[in-house]
Design a protein around this ligand. Structure first.
Ligand code: FE2
Ligand code: FE2
Length: 180
């Protein structure tokens, strides 16, 4: 009888399992980083930023689940550890810029992972990466929009979030600036 380790060594999906495990590490790190941002935005009462960070943190958590289930289906085991440590920072533009960098780097990695999975004839892992890339692109777009609003409206934009949602805040600022 083969030991579990021998079975893993001979697993023809070894490459996919490694790609998926690398992705799990990235997702854990992103999820924790965004939850860290969420708590800071919540504390500062930046309601809209706080809400989107929480939502995206949970979205990354769901990605951990999807990738992990695939790893187990391929008879590998999950390396449930963060790829890197959560960074501490308090400047809002710096936070949004880091979030954008994380998403962009994840998109680049998953495009490559998707290609490699396809080369190794693992269509399901290939498609899983492609589907998740589409979600990461939405996250990137959300962070980019928020950074743009912050640049356009500055501190006013953050201050207004204590009393209204971001879109309303941006709209009211847009109107008042437009009338000048
Ligand atoms: Fe993700
Ligand atoms: Fe993401």
């Amino acid at each position: 009888m083969e030991s579990a380790t021998e079975t893993q060594k001979q697993n023809k999906y070894r490459v996919s399992i490694d790609l998926l495990n690398e992705a799990v590490g990235r997702e854990i790190s992103a999820s924790l980083q965004y939850m860290y941002f969420h708590t800071h935005f919540e504390d500062a009462r930046y309601r809209y930023l706080s809400r989107i960070m929480r939502e995206i943190s949970i979205a990354e958590m769901r990605h951990i689940e999807e990738f992990s289930e695939r790893i187990l289906f391929l008879e590998g085991d999950v390396n449930m550890n963060p790829a890197y440590r959560t960074r501490q920072m308090t400047d809002v533009s710096e936070m949004l810029r880091l979030a954008m960098q994380l998403e962009q780097s994840t998109i680049d990695h998953y495009n490559e992972a998707s290609r490699i999975a396809s080369e190794h004839k693992d269509a399901v892992t290939h498609k899983m990466f492609q589907d998740i890339i589409a979600e990461e692109e939405q996250h990137l777009d959300t962070f980019r929009t928020e950074l743009q609003n912050l640049h356009d409206y500055g501190e006013e934009y953050l201050a207004l979030q204590s009393v209204a949602g971001s879109k309303h805040a941006a709209q009211s600022l847009h109107h008042s600036h437009g009338e000048e």
